[in-house]
Structure formats: C-alpha cells, structure tokens
Design a protein around this ligand. Structure first.
Ligand code: AHG
Ligand code: MN
Ligand code: MN
Length: 347
C-alpha cells in the first residue's frame, strides 16, 4: 500500500485545543470553548469576506466609528458576527471592540472571561481584495463571577492576557494564537471547514531584512525615527508595507523583520490601539521569541488608561527591536504626554 497517495490531513484546531487542555488538569474547558467560538467567528467572517465583492459588502458605509474613522460595511458585519459569537458562546461577560465606543456587557454574567478585539484590521484594503485580519485578546475577569462586568475587567495590563492571536484572511486563511506556551498557526481548509495545524511552535527569526512602515509619513516622523528609517535604507533592507497590521506582522513573524508605526504629526501617539491591536500582537511576538516596544517601554508593561488608547509600536525580530533607542520625550506616558509630544513634533 502506498501511504503517500493519501497523506494524513493533520491535526485539527479542535483536537489541538483538546490535547492542550489535558496539560492543565484543573482547567474547566471554558477557555478552550472560547477559542473554538473565536475560530467559528473567524470562519464566518472568512465566508463574508470571500463573497463580499458579490454582495456589495466592499464599500464604505458612510458612517464613522468612535475614532472618527470611515467604517466599511465589512467592519460592521465582522463586529456583529464576532460579538454575536461571543455572546452565544457564554464564556465571555464583556467585550471591547474597535467599532464600539463603550464596553459591551454580553449579559453572560457567569462568564469568566473578557475579550478585546479589532474585528477587521486593515479595512482600507477591503475594496482592493488585499489581506485583512481579526485581532483578539482574552483576559480572565477580575470582578466576581455572577456580577455585571466593569471597566477594570477590560482595562488590564497586557501581561495579564491569558490568550491572544489573530485570523489572517490572506492568500490562505490562518488562525495564529498563543496561550502563553508558544505560538501555533492553523490554516483553514475550506472544503472541510476546519483549521489544521500548519505552523507548530512558531519562532520569529532573531533578525531579518524586512522593515514595514508607511514611509509616506517620513517627513512627519520625529528626527530620531527618520534616522532609524534612513538606517534601514542605508543597510539596503527590504521595504514591505501592506497597510494591514495583521498581514505585515504575520509576514515578519514568518520571515523575520520589523513593523513600525511611530508617532506622526497627525497621530502624535501613533495610530494603533493598545488594547486590541498592540497588546495581543505583543503577546504573540514575545511568545515567538521576538519583542514589541513603544520605542522605550515593553508594550505589555504599558498601563492602560483608556479603552481606545493609542501607542507607537515597534514590533518584530528581537535584534531589530532591541537596536531602537529613541530619544525619551518629557512627559511621555503621563497624562500630559500628548501635549509634550505635540510641541516636540511641531517644533
Ligand atoms: P483598522 O483597519 O483596524 O482601522 O487598522 C488599520 C491600521 C493597520 O492595520 C495598518 O497597519 C495601519 O492602520 C495602516 O495605517 P496607514 O494607512 O496610516 O499606514
Ligand atoms: Mn486595526
Ligand atoms: Mn479594524
């Protein structure tokens, strides 16, 4: 019998989650179920994305989200799908989302977990059929089980994450996540409707030749950031920037490299959101052997102060992130940080 004619399809996400749960004898299985709910939401969003061009979902809705950004129809659809999956799952008592101003109380007051998410990342790429993603982060609640959730549940430091990851809707659809024991990647098999383990124990190369930054803002960066980007050019590194954080991050995770979104004249704290973009990817990158900072501090150590707080982000291969030593700004990280930065950038 020639076994090569019918190679095994591999480990499904479901089996993998089950196997991992056995390693934690006191685990209740709720986190495992929550990860399955997220995978299901990812599959549903994947379906919406795949047929978006056929049912007029690729256009703008004409509305803005809480941060004044133009909402795409798919942003809203993905948000509804995700929140519904989490509500129906029952393990989550509260959700925060890029698309919602306030924390969402799911009504599951016995749920032990909270989720922060960017339901659709890279939405400016939707109408061009370019890679987009979903980012998620999971915490154990701090308020007593059985009571309504509070802001303290969703405003925990990144070091308290119990799991985090993303779904990448790219040339193939992938789910990549960590529970603090390394990073594993799963590829979606459309015909079977399952995620299969395709990238076990992912490790980011210690260095790399790719840098990902929107160089169109070069003249709006602070001098030390311009110097940094200039040094990449001098070293003849390769520029790769999709404009979908998940896509850019994933490529650099696999190949080695650095993604940066520094402060600009317009976005003096950078553009990316701490709770549902930077914390989860920082957790993933560290678990894969890389680093994430805001140019000074480890991202995971930044104290959250607001649901939709922004931070500069430098993330990727350890050596490339470690070499970044930006000039410390007076007042940075404090309540008056924004003002201090504005004066400095506009000076
Ligand atoms: P979102 O679509 O969730 O608002 O996030 C978009 C983010 C990120 O995905 C991407 O890297 C960055 O915005 C691109 O911003 P610029 O167009 O300013 O480069
Ligand atoms: Mn985003
Ligand atoms: Mn988004």
């Amino acid at each position: 019998m020639n076994e090569n004619l019918a190679l095994p399809v591999g480990t499904t996400l479901d089996r993998f989650i089950k196997q991992k749960q056995v390693d934690f004898p006191f685990a209740t299985g709720e986190l495992s179920q929550l990860l399955r709910d997220i995978a299901l939401a990812g599959k549903i969003i994947n379906r919406e994305i795949n047929r978006a061009g056929l049912i007029d979902l690729t256009t703008s809705l004409g509305t803005q989200n809480v941060q004044g950004e133009c909402q795409q129809k798919l942003d809203v659809v993905a948000n509804i799908r995700f929140v519904r999956a989490l509500k129906n799952g029952g393990e989550v008592c509260a959700v925060i989302s890029e698309e919602d101003d306030e924390m969402i109380d799911t009504g599951n007051h016995h749920g032990r977990y909270v989720v922060a998410m960017d339901p659709l990342d890279g939405s400016s790429n939707i109408d061009a059929n370019v890679s987009i993603g979903t980012i998620f982060s999971i915490y154990r609640r701090v308020t007593p089980v059985g009571t309504p959730p509070g802001l303290e549940d969703v405003m925990q430091p990144g070091t308290r994450q119990v799991a985090a990851g993303y779904v990448l809707y790219g040339s193939s659809t992938m789910l990549v996540y960590t529970t603090g024991h390394g990073v594993n990647g799963f590829t979606y098999e459309h015909s079977l409707g399952e995620f299969f383990l395709s990238h076990p124990n992912m490790r980011i190369p210690q260095t790399g030749t790719v840098y990902s930054v929107n160089e169109g803002y070069f003249h709006d960066f602070e001098p030390d950031v311009r110097e940094l980007v200039e040094s990449y050019r001098v070293r003849r590194m390769t520029a790769r920037y999709i404009g979908s954080l998940v896509g850019d991050f994933h490529r650099n995770l696999v190949k080695g490299g650095i993604y940066l979104y520094p402060p600009t004249r317009k976005d003096i704290n950078g553009k990316l959101r701490l709770l549902y973009e930077c914390y989860p990817l920082a957790f993933v990158v560290e678990q894969a052997g890389g680093l994430a900072t805001d140019g000074h501090r480890r991202i995971l150590d930044i104290a959250p102060q607001a649901l939709h707080q922004r931070t500069p982000l430098y993330i990727g291969s350890r050596e490339l992130v470690e070499e970044i030593r930006l000039e410390e700004k007076i007042g940075q990280g404090k309540a008056n940080g924004e003002k201090a930065r504005t004066e400095k950038v506009l000076a």
